[in-house]
Structures are given as structure tokens and as C-alpha cells.
Design a protein around this ligand. Structure first.
Ligand code: SAH
Length: 218
């Protein structure tokens, strides 16, 4: 059997091409995504498909998002190097790893202890030292580190959770999928201005639901 080539130059080129063709055009986002190998975030059966633009199953019955959706959400978040970012839904840790290349500090929360533990191990192995991964119900946010410049939710809620809107800085941006699970969901962007909240709808998406409490593996 031939040795897996990993995220080699040819795969990088194809990966970036697929991202661009789906509308990920921001140079900083593309370079962050070029700098994070998706391979280690996917174990087992599906690892061979790590460089394809598709969502894949991970542990605890969850999903790693499609790279182009990760790219579009990251792009919509307009992260700057000064930003403190909160992610709800660590999952594999892939999205957090990309954010860590763009932001000053990343906090990421998942309700499954196992996912947080496995993501942390990858962050350490890849020397991504500005990410803190926490096991908790992220719908309450992370009051002790608030306010945040940017908040990204990678699980679908019916509406943006109130505590998270409250923990967003004025001038801040939140990106999240809204809608009922298994129905059509929309990716939305919320900007918090001095005059209130401004919403814009980006595209239809499909995410696992934002659930209450901790996962059963804990
Ligand atoms: N961003 C991830 C994909 C997330 S999948 C990646 O890059 O791989 C959605 C994740 O949201 C799942 O891991 C699920 O456990 C988590 N989740 C769902 N509801 C949650 C909640 N209330 N608090 C924290 N995490 C939650």
C-alpha cells in the first residue's frame, strides 16, 4: 500500500482551488487554511478523505464541517490579529486551529469532554498555543473571559443565544447557523453596533444542533 502523502503541495493546491471556487477569496483566510493540515483532525475510516471538500463524521456522533463552509464562516467573521475569539462547538478542533492563525486568542467550548481532550492533544502537537479548549455547555458563553471581539457558533440554534449576544463586544461580529435541526438552516452574521444588532443572511447550511447540557461521554 502506498504511503499517505499528507497535506503535500499538490493536495494543498487542489484544496485551495476548491475553497476559492466556493467563494473563499480572503487571502488571510486562505493562507490560514493552507497552514492547517485537516488530516490529523479526522481519524479512522474517513481519514483518506480529509482533503476533500466534504463534512465527515468524527467521534461522539458529531461532524467536522466542510472546509469551504469553515472558510466562508471564517471569512464572514472578519478576524483581526488583535481579536479574542470564542467558538462554541469545538468538534474536531479544525475550525479553532484556523482561527488561532488569525486571532490573538481563541477560546473553544464543546459539551463532549472526549472531543475537547482530543482537540487539545492536536493543538499541543501542532504548537497552537493561543487556544484554550473547555468542556461546558457553550450556550451560556464564557462569562469570565467576556466580552469577545468575535463569536462563532458551529452548531445550529433556533435563535442566537442571548448570553452569547450579551458577551459580544460593541463593534463585534458573531457568525452562526440558525434554524431547526434537520430543516433548512441559514448562516447569519450579527454585528453589534452602538445602535443595536444588525443581521445579515449569508447562505443555507446544515449543522448538527446546539444541545443543552454536557454530552453523555463525560
Ligand atoms: N467546529 C467543529 C465542528 C463542530 S460540530 C470542527 O471544526 O470540527 C458541532 C459541535 O457542537 C459538536 O462537537 C457538538 O458536541 C457541539 N455542541 C452542540 N451543542 C453544544 C453546546 N451547547 N455547547 C458546546 N458544544 C456544543
Amino acid at each position: 500500500m502506498s504511503q499517505a502523502a499528507g497535506f503535500d503541495a499538490e493536495r494543498k493546491m487542489q484544496f485551495l482551488y476548491a475553497l476559492r471556487s466556493k467563494g473563499v477569496t480572503d487571502a488571510r483566510v486562505l493562507s490560514a487554511m493552507e497552514g492547517v493540515d485537516r488530516g490529523p483532525f479526522i481519524r479512522g475510516l474517513f481519514s483518506e478523505r480529509a482533503y476533500e471538500d466534504m463534512p465527515l463524521p468524527i467521534a461522539c456522533g458529531q461532524t467536522i464541517s466542510q472546509p469551504s463552509v469553515v472558510g466562508l464562516m471564517t471569512q464572514a467573521l472578519e478576524v483581526t490579529p488583535r481579536d479574542k475569539v470564542l467558538e462554541i462547538g469545538t468538534g474536531s478542533g479544525y475550525q479553532a486551529a484556523i482561527l488561532s492563525k488569525l486571532a490573538r486568542r481563541v477560546y473553544t467550548i464543546d459539551r463532549h469532554r472526549r472531543l475537547v481532550r482530543e482537540a487539545r492533544a492536536i493543538f499541543t502537537a501542532q504548537d497552537l498555543t493561543n487556544i484554550t479548549a473547555i468542556t461546558a455547555d457553550g450556550s451560556h458563553g464564557l462569562a469570565e473571559q467576556a466580552p469577545f471581539d468575535r463569536i462563532i457558533i458551529t452548531a445550529a440554534a433556533e435563535d442566537p443565544p442571548g448570553p452569547l449576544l450579551a458577551q459580544l463586544k460593541e463593534g463585534g461580529i458573531m457568525v452562526l447557523p440558525v434554524g431547526q435541526s434537520d430543516a433548512v438552516q441559514h448562516l447569519i452574521r450579527v454585528r453589534k453596533t452602538a445602535d443595536g444588532l444588525e443581521y445579515d443572511e449569508l447562505r443555507a447550511v446544515r449543522f448538527v444542533p446546539l444541545l443543552e447540557g454536557l454530552g453523555k461521554d463525560t
